[in-house]
Design a protein around this ligand. Structure first.
Ligand code: EPU
Length: 337
């Protein structure tokens, strides 16, 4: 276990916001977790799990312990004629796991190529892209339960996965530290090409192989989304809003081109927040040193030295504009701390 005091969090969040954390811990195992949380220095509610910090916006110094899991193992646990179950340490880079699966000819997460962040963070917001989400392949999540003071495994059903949602954002928020995740991948080809430009790109690359799908998704993402190592950002800043069908119909009457996606909920559809923000004229604009990405309006960027306050001001101004133009509330997808 590694412990530090009073550190700058700028290298640990993809927005590149500079705030300080009172304590910082890296743990690799269940034993480390037991030791860390038995230590009186980690008071109840005064710790925060951080993966690569790709989905957070720190607004002030953090007066607690930042905990990072540094288990980097990928192990095959079981296998049958159709599938392989793997256990992946929380510290593994998500995209390294995607590459590992593609190399091993395993299907299920190729559409999630190049999503930044760690495997440990993947179940928390149920990362998703191009018609797939982490929950499609998660079997269980190994956590350190700080209330019960023990490691335990939560089955996928207990995680209540939804669109960018899980139990880890609600009942288990501040309680569960994700140590590792189990995934079941398929040995059989199961290409999902129906989202946006994926099919066309895959066909141009020569057909629906795992490698081509990964390549197509990588190219699409690179063309739209900024690399946080070059320009600070946390991916989609807002969630796509889920609205009553009547709201979507009202918008469609005026803007027939408005993108609309189905949801599992009856009478509800999902609108594209990026389109709404773009239509309000925000794409490529800035307030102070915080801006809206010029190729994807859903992404707010740090143009260089932006404070969290500047990002929040920009986000609030955008929310107000979208509400007054479309009568639709959009809410942050990023965890604001
Ligand atoms: N659009 C615009 N202007 C924009 C942005 C989008 O008109 O500036 C339109 C697009 O043309 C398209 C629609 O809005 O018709 C949706 O855009 P896109 O396919 O780029 O996806 P998204 O809804 O903006 C979501 C996820 C992304 C994920 C993509 C692909 C959320 C909040 N975001 O974005 O996830 O990569 O779909 O599946 O659901 C993330 O969560 O950080 C993230 C990047």
């Amino acid at each position: 276990m590694k412990l530090q005091q009073d550190i700058d969090l700028a290298p640990y969040n993809s927005f590149g916001v500079s705030v300080r954390a009172a304590r910082y811990a890296e743990i690799t195992s269940e034993q480390d977790a037991a030791e860390l949380f038995a230590d009186n220095g980690v008071a109840e509610g005064k710790w925060l799990a951080l993966g690569d910090g790709c989905n957070v916006l720190f607004t002030k110094d953090y007066d607690g312990t930042i905990v990072r899991v540094t288990d980097y193992a990928i192990d095959i646990e079981s296998e049958d004629s159709e599938s392989v179950t793997i256990r992946v340490g929380g510290g593994v880079e998500w995209d390294d796991m995607v590459e590992w699966c593609v190399e091993h000819n395993l299907w299920g997460i190729e559409n999630l190529s190049l999503i930044p962040g760690t495997v440990g963070a993947s179940p928390v917001q149920n990362i998703g892209a191009y018609g797939a989400e982490a929950a499609d392949t998660i079997v269980s999540v190994e956590i350190w339960d700080t209330v019960e003071g023990r490691a335990r495994s939560l089955a996928a059903e207990e995680c209540h996965f939804g669109y960018r949602e899980s139990v880890f954002k609600h009942e288990f928020k501040g309680r569960a530290l994700v140590l590792a995740v189990r995934f079941r991948l398929s040995k059989e080809a199961n290409p999902r090409l129906d989202y946006g430009d994926v099919r066309a790109k895959v066909e141009a690359l020569g057909g629906a192989t795992l490698r081509n799908i990964r390549q197509a998704v990588v190219e699409i993402r690179r063309s739209k989304l900024p690399d946080h190592k070059v320009i600070g950002n946390a991916g989609s800043f807002f969630k796509n809003p889920v609205v009553e069908t009547s709201v979507a119909e009202r918008i469609k009457a005026e803007w027939p081109e408005a993108p609309i996606y189905p949801t599992a909920e009856e009478g509800k559809v999902k609108l594209a927040a990026g389109w709404l923000i773009d239509k309000c004229g925000w794409k490529g604009r800035a307030l102070g040193r915080a801006g809206v990405h010029d190729r994807q309006a859903l992404v707010l960027v740090n143009l260089g030295g932006a404070s969290a306050e500047e990002v929040i001001t920009l986000a609030n101004t955008i929310r107000e504009d979208v509400a007054s133009k479309f009568g639709v509330e959009i809410s942050p997808e990023v965890n604001i701390i």
